[in-house]
Design a protein around this ligand. Sequence first.
Ligand code: URA
Length: 499
Amino acid sequence: MQTIVLRGRGEFTEWRDAARRLMMANVEPQAIDWRIEDERGRLTGLDEADGQRALSGIGGPADALLPATAAAIHVPPAFIELAESVICHSEPARFALLYRLLWRIRTERNLLQIVSDADVIAARRLEKSVRRDSHKMKAFVRFKEVASTDPTGRRRSFFAWFEPDHYIVARIAPFFRRRFFDMDWVIATPKGSAAWDGDALTVTDEPAVKPELTDVTDDLWRIYYANIFNPARLKVKAMTAEMPKKYWKNLPEAELIPDLIANAEAKVIEMAERAASQPPAFHARVQERVAADLADPDAPPAGTLEALKFEARRCTLCDLHCKATQTVFGEGSEQAGVMFVGEQPGDQEDLAGRPFVGPAGRVFDQVLNEVGIDREGLYVTNAVKHFKYEPRGKKRIHQKPNQSEIQQCRWWLKQEVDLVQPKLVVAMGATAYFALTDQKDRLEDVRGRPFGMTEGRKLFVTVHPSYLLRIPDAARKAQEMDRFTREMTMVRELATALQ
Ligand code: URA
């Protein structure tokens, strides 16, 4: 019997060199006893004396019979690919299995294509398990930031602890180098470690010891996980298959899982209740409203702002009513001296049925407050009375109304102006300006000063508050906010002068 001793830590060339020598010496598979030297230099499965003997002449007593070097053996590339993967498995029988396949491939060149062959099945099973382990390592390595090891201090340093089933560190390390090229990192495991310092990737097969580390990125993982967790899609079995429990101890987000699962049912009920308040299809809504309005004995008297609002509930002048929840009409004092006109209701306004109550409304309110304008005394409306949006996943993304939609809706705006009779109309943004004047000037050319309108009314143009919300650069945002505030101060002064 020929004893072959390998370190067995996923290094393909180690097995390949031994296999070549054995093949050259024509050693049959059943005449080989493959052994693994454990981390402490002992042989698994041998008693002390045998172990010493085998180690002293690595390869065992018959090793001298083998050629010292071996010529390459030609095998199909598919075998090399399979063997490189199988060798990473921690199953001790992998060396014998691969040698048996190698031995047989000499005479059965298509062996790997025989999917019912017991050796092929066994090898494919090991290959699959290595593939799965590799996939899990790519998915579940969680880096923690540690003190930078870069002498220039420019590169940040990270550490991750992972516990793979197999010897896959060397195999997967290039993936992490590609993915995290611009930071220094170490991934330590009980089956070897990999380190990248921006220049060199170092891999060792020595077992590492888990250190105690936590950092703020743990919280980020938890926040991220809680946000992507969808209780309505929860399938505990599928979830634990995808994220097996054995990985949980090294995943900061895993501590949330028991609670998320326990509360999933209640969350789904809560979501369903929210979904139940979704509006019915548009035609049903419109018909319902028309019928209800015509039969309503308390309908407001014709010619009033209330009557106009009542009538606008069933507006179908353009297609926007089809997807919107409801008409969002203007609101405020019928005696208002100042009328503010925005673009169109947003997501929150569409649900609330009131203008400027969402994020843009909050900016609007804040600046009104700052400059000392009381919203109660104003009339606030929009150029377009229905929310125009594009559904994207669960979100409704705002879309600008087009020219025809603005023109159709002008009918309502004109009546609002005629009924309220404001002395000053403030157009916030280009849509409001176009709706009020039919002009398409650049906002920059017309903002910040009053223009004359019919009936001695004044028009003042400024930006839309949501424009301010969209400015990404903080300094510019602050600048634009100042400018908007100054223009709103001018509005207050104009309003006082026009009283
Ligand atoms: N934007 C608008 O133009 N009007 C609103 O009511 C809300 C956001």
